[in-house]
Design a protein around this ligand. Sequence first.
Ligand SMILES: Nc1nc2c([nH]c(=O)n2[C@@H]2O[C@H](COP(=O)(O)OP(=O)(O)OP(=O)(O)O)[C@@H](O)[C@H]2O)c(=O)[nH]1
Ligand SMILES: [Mg+2]
Length: 318
Amino acid sequence: MNAMVKRRVHVAAAAIISADGREVLIARRPSNVDHGGLWEFPGGKLAPYETGLGGLKRELHEELGVEIRCAQPLIRIHHEYAEKHILLDVWQVHAFSGEPFGREGQAVRWVPMEELVKYPFPAANLPILRAVMLPTEYLITGDEDDENHFLERLERALTEDRVKLVQYRDKALEEATYLARAEKALALCRQHGARLLLNGNPALLEHVDADGIHLTSERLMSLERRPINDGKWVSASTHDREQLRQAGRIGCDFVTLSPLRTTPSHPQVAPIGWHEFQQLVEHAAMPVFALGGMTRHDADHARGVGAQGIASIRDFWR
Ligand SMILES: Nc1nc2c([nH]c(=O)n2[C@@H]2O[C@H](COP(=O)(O)OP(=O)(O)OP(=O)(O)O)[C@@H](O)[C@H]2O)c(=O)[nH]1
Ligand SMILES: [Mg+2]
């Protein structure tokens, strides 16, 4: 049998964010090309000599007439189409000059983040939509027996650190107490425009209408399929390639990968380190937050090696 050798295509694309951070620019592919009529993030194939960012600059000039001023890596996606393997190297563009318009006659539109899901994109784009909607910092709550202190710490992180994504984790509380606190945490998060995920059984969401569920790696490995529908987020804890693959298989929206460094809470667990982390993230099918000894100062480095950003208890739970 002849194994068909697929064409490998390296594509650079941009999520261009409006100045107020609420909208992203998308373009419609002409009907006569590959994936014609679908929406996309502007960009295109790299020439053999080009770097991702270099090629992206050229493409955005050609397609939209804009010059990139400030860009940051967002996510890299490997995707198998029937006829080719593509690597989508996606950058978040925060500043540019020029007024974007469809220089090749394509429709171009600014779309509010939360409406992105209404537009048909090529199959490879799902992780990009997730990455665009997620912040770079993920707060995991730490231990706190006293409810008032718990809410004060959470409020501090939401206001001073402007955290927008929170996982409420408490393994010690009785379920009824956990749920009562989750309800209050949710109200606080809503007030500050942040999302709240509950850590535990997906059935918890029947009691508290939070934004999603976070699965332990053990629960992740026990599931046959995504436990809740697409309207809510599913994140999971992962520690190795196998768990990352499972998260992709059941359609997790994002994951944490840990421990990047040795931490006081898990001194006996060998750290992954940035080098191995980068290799694991490269083939992950969703955004990955680095966890384990991370602080906000690590976020840029984490982005540089392909992560969505960092997750932390200690840095936010002061
Ligand atoms: N630009 C872009 N391409 C994407 C996205 N998602 C996705 O699957 N692709 C695929 O990646 C490839 C990008 O090629 P392209 O047609 O934009 O390339 P190009 O701008 O260099 O055009 P050309 O080759 O016609 O000159 C296409 O197969 C396209 O379907 C996306 O969000 N943006
Ligand atoms: Mg293009």
